[in-house]
Structures are given as structure tokens and as C-alpha cells.
Write a protein that binds this ligand. Structure first.
Ligand SMILES: Cc1cc2nc3c(=O)[nH]c(=O)nc-3n(C[C@H](O)[C@H](O)[C@H](O)COP(=O)(O)OP(=O)(O)OC[C@H]3O[C@@H](n4cnc5c(N)ncnc54)[C@H](O)[C@@H]3O)c2cc1C
Length: 389
């Protein structure tokens, strides 16, 4: 029998779970359909930690959203009674004039954010794990921090349920269509009718895009955890960071706030990566590249990783997000906020999606996230996100 809702959300990752929380708490009768279980490891939202930063290299237009995202994380933390985010500071390291370093300074200046610039000697004396090269510098963001993604998603789900949302796990949406003012959703287990639909399908978005031909590039990346001879990487000797070697190659690290491990991975790379790469091959390849990138810069990261995993980046060509209505519709919202930097925004993106569906004005510059931009590449050129492969 067909089930009827105000809103059906496809996907229960960072984005879908946040949409569910905002929708259900605003009184919408909400259903979430997720092909796997809660906090599964097949998509983009697992892995213990995510970096939060506000001095945003990718562009000052993100900063107002980040301010709201932070307020919403704190609100969710209070409502759930769980620790979801912790302030640690953050640093981008790279060559002067490099896209991420320059982007961070430009954003901080444009938005009046607190930040400081460190030369290589300052970096080494303040954060001894980082052996910055002579021609490298850092932009420190004192308001950066670490989010705990699985806990964030669980908090969204728990609170959405408390507001009446229904979650259908291990059920796969096979197709959807708009019929008059209704949206029909067919899964492998049944049919749903809704007034509104949010597609938050992460790396699987293209399977449900109904002709949009989005230029999405989902690809598998590896994540490693390292211990320092069994001891913790002291939070005093390093902070979460992205280290940019050049405009196409960078790696990142997140010291475990609640563990003694340092999580690391390659953020941008000039080699081609694909979604169907075998996890074992990805781990081997990325570990080799990572060691090459960090051998002179973080010599204490040695030996085999204590843990490894893979995760999926779904990139757009310009590395900006997709947050838009399905073309021609006011009832279907398409979300693809990844390109490797979307998690921190998920608290506000849930709010934005629900407000869009309810016809509310969105107080951010949404043209950067419009699907129509792919027909017009005017955003290309001169910015961090546009420069890698
Ligand atoms: C290794 C790694 C490190 C990252 N680091 C950071 C960071 O430090 N800071 C940061 O801000 N961001 C970071 N990101 C990016 C961030 O994690 C992503 O932007 C975010 O998790 C994307 O969430 P999502 O909900 O769009 O996708 P997902 O989490 O993949 O969720 C999509 C969900 O939809 C479900 N689904 C898909 N199709 C269907 C279907 N047909 N039927 C039912 N269910 C379906 C999937 O099973 C999945 O659960 C990182 C990403 C990765 C991979």
C-alpha cells in the first residue's frame, strides 16, 4: 500500500539526516529512505572525524553559511546532549599565493574573521609536528574544530524520530516522478506519495537524476589513522590541517580529539581516481602518495597505519556544491554538497533545503550552488576549488 508524506528524503547521510531533522521539527510529516543501515561505511559521511573551519579558502560566500552551520551544530549538540563538535583551531599550510592559502586570507579579510599568518619558522615552533618547508606559510583559523560525523547523524535521526519522522533503512529508491502536485517514489519494497522530495543520495545521485546530466565525479579515496609509537599526537603539537603542495595536490590531517590517532588522507590529487576502484588498491595507492607528500613535512608519521578505510568524494567540476531545485520544479530539491568539504555545512544545508521547499527566502548567495552554472563555466579560474583535476 502506498505511504503518504509531506516530504520524502532519499538518503540518510550527513545531508539527508539533517534535512529530516529540520523538516520533522518544523512539522512536516517526513520519511527518509536509506539503502543501507544507519551510519554505514559505503558513502561519504563515516570516519570518526570531520574538519570544521570558517576561514574558508574556497570562497568568502561560504562564510555566512558557516556561521549559521556552527550555531546549528551547537543547537543540535544541546538538543541531543551529545558532544558533536569541539574547537581545536585549524591551519592551512602551503606556498604563499597558493590557492588555499590565498583563499583563506581573502575570505578572512572579506568577512572580518579572526586569523593569523605564520611563516615556516613560526609554524615549526608553534606546532612541532609540522616541518614546514622554507617557502611555506600557514593561515591559522582559531575557530576551526572537529566534528564527530556518526554522532551528528545519529543526533539528527534521533531528534527527527522524536518529531515523528519515519526512517526506512535497507530500502532502495529505484525511481521517482512528479505527477501534478504529487511526487511518486518507487523503492524495491513499496511506493510512496509525497508533496515534496529531497534527493540527498551522495555518490549515487546520478542514478536518480532523471535527465539532469549533472557533471558529478564520485571517486573512492582512502583514509588512514596513525599512532605515534603508541602515544598520542599531542593536540599541542599539531591542529587539524590541510597542506597544499601545489594547486592540484594536497593532504589533510585530523588529530583524534578523543583518541590518540591522527587521521590522514589525500584531499586533492593530480592522478585520476574512480568510484569503482577496489578499496584495497585505493588504500595501497593513496598510502604511497601520502607518504611521498609528507616524508619531509611530517617525519613522525611513520610505520603502518593502525587503521584504514575508504570513503567517497563526489566532486563537481568547480568543487562548489549543488543545492538547487530540480529544473522546472519547486517541490524537488537536489543536494550534492560534497567535493570533499561538505560535512561541516550539513547542519545548515538541511535548514536551507526545508526553507526552499517551504518557499522561504534563503539569506545566502545560492547562485554558486545552482545546477544552471554547469551550462556556464564563468566560475572557473583563479580559485582553490577550480584548480585540481
Ligand atoms: C574521506 C573524506 C573526508 C572528508 N573530510 C571532510 C572534512 O574534514 N570536513 C568536511 O566538511 N567535509 C568532509 N568530507 C565531505 C563530507 O563528508 C561530505 O560532503 C558529506 O558526508 C556528504 O554527505 P551526503 O549526505 O551528501 O552523502 P552520503 O553520506 O554518501 O549520503 C548519501 C546517502 O544516500 C543513500 N542513498 C543513495 N542512493 C540511494 C537510493 N537510491 N535509495 C536509498 N538510499 C540511497 C546512501 O546509501 C547514503 O547513505 C569528507 C569526505 C570524505 C569522503
Amino acid at each position: 500500500m502506498e505511504k503518504t508524506y509531506d516530504l520524502v528524503v532519499v538518503g540518510c547521510g550527513a545531508m539527508g539526516s539533517s534535512v529530516a531533522y529540520h523538516a520533522a521539527s518544523s512539522g512536516m510529516k517526513t520519511a527518509v529512505i536509506e539503502q543501507f543501515g544507519l551510519n554505514h561505511k559505503n558513502g561519504s559521511s563515516h570516519g570518526k572525524t570531520r574538519i570544521f573551519r570558517i576561514v574558508y579558502s574556497e570562497g568568502p560566500e561560504y562564510v555566512p553559511m558557516l556561521r549559521r552551520a556552527l550555531a546549528l551544530w551547537k543547537r543540535l549538540e544541546k538538543a541531543s546532549g551529545k558532544r558533536l563538535i569541539t574547537r581545536t583551531g585549524f591551519m592551512v599550510i602551503g606556498k604563499e599565493g597558493g590557492p588555499m592559502v590565498k583563499g583563506a586570507v581573502d575570505s578572512a579579510r572579506a568577512e572580518g574573521l579572526a586569523y593569523s599568518v605564520l611563516n615556516s619558522k613560526d609554524i615549526i615552533s608553534r606546532f612541532p609536528e609540522f616541518k614546514a618547508l622554507d617557502d611555506e606559510m600557514g593561515v591559522y583559523d582559531p575557530n576551526g574544530g572537529v566534528l564527530f560525523p556518526e554522532r551528528c547523524i545519529s543526533a539528527n535521526v534521533k531528534l527527527a524520530k522524536a518529531h515523528g519522522a519515519k526512517f526506512y533503512f535497507r530500502e532502495t529508491v529505484q525511481e521517482w516522478k512528479e505527477e501534478g502536485n504529487a511526487i511518486l517514489v518507487r523503492t524495491d519494497k513499496g511506493e510512496y506519495r509525497a508533496k515534496k522530495l529531497v534527493l540527498a543520495a551522495g555518490p549515487w545521485t546520478k542514478k536518480l537524476e532523471n535527465g539532469m546530466r549533472l557533471p558529478l565525479d564520485p571517486h573512492r579515496v582512502a583514509v588512514f589513522w596513525f599512532k605515534k609509537g603508541g602515544r598520542a599526537f599531542s593536540p599541542k603539537s599539531l591542529v587539524p590541517f590541510v597542506w597544499e603542495l601545489d594547486s592540484r595536490n594536497s593532504f589533510y590531517g585530523v588529530p583524534g580529539v578523543e583518541s590518540n590517532e591522527l587521521k590522514m588522507g589525500i584531499h586533492r590529487s593530480s592522478y585520476r581516481r574512480k568510484i569503482d576502484d577496489r578499496p584495497k588498491d585505493v588504500e595501497k595507492r593513496d598510502l604511497g602518495y601520502l607518504r611521498e607528500m609528507l616524508k619531509d613535512r611530517m617525519p613522525d608519521v611513520r610505520g603502518p597505519p593502525s587503521e584504514k578505510s575508504t570513503c567517497i568524494y563526489t566532486n563537481t567540476p568547480d568543487k562548489d556544491f549543488i543545492i538547487d531545485f530540480y529544473p522546472g520544479s519547486k517541490n524537488v530539491v537536489v543536494l550534492s554538497p560534497c567535493s570533499g568539504h561538505g560535512f561541516k555545512f550539513s547542519s545548515v544545508i538541511g535548514e536551507i533545503a526545508v526553507n526552499m521547499l517551504n518557499g522561504k527566502k534563503i539569506p545566502y548567495d545560492m547562485k554558486f550552488f545552482a545546477i544552471s552554472r554547469f551550462g556556464n563555466v564563468s566560475r572557473y579560474g583563479g580559485r582553490a576549488k577550480n584548480l585540481d583535476g
